[in-house]
Design a protein around this ligand. Structure first.
Ligand SMILES: [Zn+2]
Length: 292
């Protein structure tokens, strides 16, 4: 799943390639992806892309004041195409293609564009056409952006204060902090040497400062690694930069202990016992239920 660093990189990527170009047309194939009906996607045809912004994990293309907002969700991706002039017309079907955005040809005659695809059967990719991105419910509810200078230790302390939630779930909650998902919350907690099950309100001032440092550093480094990469190379880069997420059974880079996993109904978390939980493995509820 693309999280803040990957969406930030896609934002830069599209800013360099798409800004200044006119949209020839937006073809919606996966109708379930389009969450708005007025204005219609056809209204984007003929407009020029004037800016690209990121809100949490949302991509926002400003097209002369009309916005194409994209949330890639768990299995969605953006694929840049250098030349769509020979591409077959899109037909609704079972393939991964959900939306194709065709851009006007440049002087050399190639007509680039991009496609939004979604693998798997769970269709969660979401596209909005709106005059005001703030009207997209997921954007309206976003918490502060951890790359924004206003995200200080004091701001994090205010967020955590009195919150009886486990820190892992809290970090992933877009209404609390924007842009962090399952992968980077594992990475942040490993960097902060903190148990994913720690209750937010129980953190000391020193632990809040450590957590803040881990959030800013982990995301900042991931943004730096992803910067300038082509859209197609981002997934591999994300994977290679992860120290605990999806690495259960492998040795921890920091201490050599074996990275462990806790499974839930539709997700899992990974952590290092020595670095994060005083050497004690956390109970895996799914596993203990199976063993009963
Ligand atoms: Zn470790």
């Amino acid at each position: 799943m693309p999280e803040l660093p990957e969406v930030e990189s896609l934002t830069h990527f599209l800013r360099e390639r798409a800004v200044g170009r006119t949209i020839l047309g937006v073809d919606v194939v996966g109708f379930q992806a389009l969450k708005t009906f007025d204005p219609p996607a056809t209204a984007l045809g003929g407009l020029t892309i004037t800016g690209v912004a990121r809100h949490g994990k949302f991509l926002d293309l400003d097209c002369d004041g009309l916005h194409l907002v994209i949330h890639l969700a768990r299995a969605g991706w953006l694929r840049w195409r250098e030349d769509l002039s020979g591409a077959k017309p899109v037909r609704p079907g079972k393939g991964p293609l959900a939306v194709r955005v065709r851009l006007a040809p440049d002087d050399e005659g190639s007509a680039p564009g991009f496609e939004l695809t979604e693998a798997g059967t769970q269709k969660r990719l979401a596209v909005y056409v709106t005059r005001d991105p703030g009207e997209v419910p997921g954007i309206a509810a976003l918490g502060p952006d951890p790359l924004d200078p206003s995200f200080t230790v004091a701001a994090l302390k205010r967020i955590l204060g009195g919150n009886r939630t486990q820190i892992k779930g809290l970090l992933r909650d877009q209404k609390v902090i924007a842009g962090i998902g399952n992968a980077y919350s594992d990475e942040v907690l490993h960097a902060a040497r903190m148990s994913p099950f720690k209750i937010a309100a129980a953190l000391t001032d020193a632990q809040i400062a450590d957590l803040h440092e881990a959030i800013v550093t982990t995301l900042g480094e991931a943004v730096e690694r992803a910067h300038g990469l082509a859209a197609k190379d981002l997934k591999a880069e994300k994977k290679s930069g992860l120290r605990v997420h999806n690495r259960a059974g492998q040795p921890c880079d920091v201490c050599g202990d074996t990275i462990r996993e806790v499974s839930f109904a539709d997700s899992s978390l990974q952590y290092c016992p020595t670095c994060q939980t005083g050497g004690k493995p956390l109970a895996d509820r799914r596993l203990s239920r199976l063993l009963k």
